[in-house]
Design a protein around this ligand. Structure first.
Ligand code: ADP
Ligand code: MG
Length: 433
């Protein structure tokens, strides 16, 4: 069977890929949607804008409102029919978005309509929000971001964990996402495996990073470290994680922060989401040296980014701990085992120890997310838009050096201060090439 035949075979009946004209007819027949858009359907503007790698996204605007309509394709959009990918990811994205909307409604677009057969979700149009990564490439500072993202992470992770759920609820919840394994496999391959071996899809800023890429393919300490992280990703069903929480999955204005695109969601290690945010901030920090900015703007931007790295961890930890102290309705850590003042004090010490372990996980995953963006398949515009390739390689080499230290010397990074200090030092490092 050819792969495109395989892709079609997975396609359930009732599914068809919609074009703009199909979508207009489809949406016009749904009263709730048509009402929200307003005016006659012929007057709606419909533009496909998907700049992501996997799906179609249509922006639909009527006379009174707008929608973003996302439809999964039976294959990876970026590559085509030769890389089949199950439509069921739209189901998991909808399920995760519903969970997030319940727990952190201000942090996600509202769901307006979902059609399982078409693998389609219509949601609130985020306007004038822009993708955060684009804003950061332009040097924009987002002071409200840290409070918003830490609330999102603390609430979505805490309330899906054993600290908040009964054992039965937790296991049912794990089961409800267990079928999203094709998306997990992409992460397992592209983040945790390929950058560390010869793989056809890998690329990097050549020739400057050739030696570093070869070093990383030969560094067995690093291979042990990434393998431990991969195992944790595969086996630690701690909480419902977003699974792809980079700055390209966040849309912002000066005052709002919205998380989109949770199609990689499953029950995994919490540190993976926290590490994704930290990694993408740190890459923006190292990329800053390669973008045209006045010295004053550069200093302000870099200072804000590193301050944000610090506050993302501290803010998240503080909010997560506060939830644990006040809303621990789960079956983990039964209070009856920690009676009286002595019990309460011991439990508080244990909470701190739990957060210290979670921090270690986050440091490791931060490193993994940086390395894959520089040596693997999917790169990011923070670095890619640095036109001078040698200058780009300098910025990337600094980020890689930090990532290698974070991954192989994780235990020596006992606080977020140690991470920002190492980043600040490496900002001035000149690689020899
Ligand atoms: P993919 O899963 O293919 O990566 P995304 O969910 O990341 O798709 O969406 C692709 C692009 O569509 C985003 O980068 C953003 O520009 C736009 N987009 C997605 N959702 C919305 C929304 N609710 N409002 C406005 N634009 C959106
Ligand atoms: Mg996506």
């Amino acid at each position: 069977m050819t792969t495109s035949a395989a892709a079609r075979q997975q396609t359930p009946s009732g599914y068809r890929i919609l074009n703009e004209a199909d979508l207009r007819l489809y949406l016009a027949a749904i009263p709730a949607v048509a009402g929200q858009l307003g005016g006659p359907a012929e007057r709606w503007t419909i533009v496909e804008v998907g700049d992501g790698n996997l799906n179609l996204v249509f922006i639909v605007k009527g006379t009174t409102g707008g929608l973003a309509v996302k439809q999964a394709l039976p294959y990876v959009r970026l590559v085509g029919e030769s890389w089949p990918l199950p439509l069921s990811r739209a189901h998991y994205e909808h399920l995760a978005l519903s969970h997030q909307a319940r727990l952190a409604p201000a942090s996600v677009p509202a769901i307006v309509h979902h059609d399982a057969a078409l693998a389609l979700t219509a949601m609130e149009l985020l306007e004038p929000h822009i993708i955060m990564r684009k804003g950061m490439v332009a040097g924009t500072i987002y002071p409200a971001f840290v409070d918003h993202i830490t609330t999102f992470m603390a609430r979505t992770l805490f309330f899906s964990s054993d600290l908040a759920l009964s054992a039965a609820e937790k296991k049912e919840a794990i089961a409800s996402f267990a079928g999203n394994h094709a998306l997990c496999k992409i992460t397992e391959d592209l983040i945790f495996t390929d950058p560390y071996r010869v793989a056809e899809q890998n690329r990097w800023t050549s020739p400057w990073l050739d030696a570093t890429a070869a070093d990383i393919r030969a560094d067995l300490d690093l291979h042990v470290a990434i393998s431990r992280l991969k195992l944790k990703f595969m086996s630690s069903a701690e909480a419902l994680i977003h699974g792809d929480l980079h700055t390209g999955s966040i849309m912002v204005t000066d005052t709002e922060t919205k998380v989109i695109d949770p199609e990689f969601a499953f029950y995994g290690p919490m540190g993976f989401d926290v590490g994704a945010v930290l990694a993408n901030l740190l890459m923006a920090y190292f990329a800053s040296a390669g973008h045209e900015r006045t010295p004053g703007d550069r200093q302000a931007f870099e200072g804000w980014v590193l301050g944000t790295v610090d506050q993302v961890w501290n803010g998240f930890a503080g909010k997560f701990l506060a939830l644990w102290r006040s809303e621990a309705t789960g079956d983990a850590y039964p209070l009856s085992l920690f009676p009286g003042d002595a019990g309460a004090a011991r439990l508080e010490t244990e909470r701190q120890a739990y957060m210290a372990r979670l921090f270690q996980d986050a440091v490791g995953f931060t490193a993994a997310k940086i390395i894959r963006r520089i040596l693997g398949l999917a790169h990011n515009i923070d670095f890619e838009l640095i036109e001078d390739a040698k200058q780009r390689a300098v910025c990337e080499a600094r980020a890689l050096r930090l990532a290698r230290r974070l991954m192989t010397e994780t235990a020596s990074f006992t606080s977020i201060d140690a991470v920002t200090k190492a980043a600040r030092e490496l900002r001035e490092w000149q690689p020899e090439f």
